[in-house]
Ligand binder design. Structure first.
Ligand code: DHB
Ligand code: FE
Length: 282
């Protein structure tokens, strides 16, 4: 049977990807952030999954605002890297795991989560930057296949944090019921506090971020109890991306250890955070 071997939470700030793509990771601005990633990257390289389920949001780059599913899963053989207006990032296309995708979609629908199926999907920075955080030098191919799981965090009303945690629990059950010996890592992406536009543009809330980073391990229920309005008030309009970390957390058991965490301000307009958990329960 398949197992969940670890969970990674990480911000997906586009300039983090751009810094890697243009060889600027040792610049004084970026070095502290990338130094913070190093121990997590080494651990993940030593604990390679077969498949990563990457919980992420599209930023109206491929999934237009004409139709925004609350939750969707990619079911393709592979995913092209989206052109977000400045050409595609120079990273490999993303190999899919369509058989696992189909299993997860069916199990989640049977469990009461009405998932949209994406047979074609170009993946934007919300997915490719976390892949680069995990694997900085993929060469011609990423080290594992990917199942993209999309969450609407850009158009009101977004799913509640409680619903995201419940989805994660159902996702964990669905992964563990997959009848193949597949090692799965789950990524929760986006966050931490940031607001890109409006009167509060540039907002960073370190107190909230630190509390969230701590509670995601031992007390995810307290994070699931917050309303979408509370997320936006505390963490900014884009800080609501943090609800995607709860999907990842829900897929893990309570038998986890925190392998590494790092928090850095600022990365572009964002408080960048990373938390890596090893699953001991399988
Ligand atoms: C930034 C952060 C994001 O989450 C995003 O999707 C786009 C830009 C930023 O801080 O620049
Ligand atoms: Fe974003």
């Amino acid at each position: 049977m398949a197992s969940v071997i670890w969970g990674l939470a990480t911000s997906h700030v586009p300039p983090i990807g751009a810094a890697m793509d243009s060889g600027r990771t040792q610049d004084p601005y970026w070095k502290p952030l990338f130094d913070g990633y190093a121990p997590a990257r080494k651990w993940m390289a030593d604990h390679q999954p077969d498949v990563a389920v990457i919980v992420y949001n599209d930023h109206a780059n491929f999934v237009g605002l004409d139709m925004v599913p609350a939750f969707a899963i990619g079911a393709a053989d592979s995913y092209a890297v989206a052109d977000e207006g400045r050409g595609r990032r120079p990273v490999p296309p993303v190999a899919g795991a369509p058989e696992l995708s189909e299993h997860l979609i069916r199990e989640l629908i049977d469990d009461g989560f009405d998932i949209t199926t994406c047979s074609r999907l170009d993946v934007d920075h919300g997915l490719t930057v976390p892949l680069s955080v995990y694997c900085p030098e993929p060469g011609d191919a990423w080290p594992c296949a990917v199942v993209p799981l999309l969450v609407n965090v850009i158009q009101y009303p977004q799913p509640t944090a409680a619903r995201c945690l419940a989805l994660g629990k159902a996702l964990g059950r669905a992964i563990r019921s997959y009848p193949r010996d597949t090692k799965v890592a789950v990524f929760g992406t986006g966050g931490m506090s940031h607001q890109l536009a409006g009167a509060r543009a540039g907002l960073i809330n370190t107190r909230f971020d630190r509390w969230f980073l701590d509670a995601i391990e031992h007390d995810p229920a307290s994070l699931a109890a917050l309303s979408r309005e509370e997320y936006i008030a505390e963490a900014g309009t884009e800080g609501i991306e943090l609800i995607m970390w709860l999907v990842m957390r829900g897929a893990l058991s309570d038998d986890i250890v925190r392998v590494h965490e790092t928090y850095h301000v600022p990365a572009s307009n964002t408080a960048a955070g990373l938390a890596l958990f090893e699953e001991l329960g399988g």
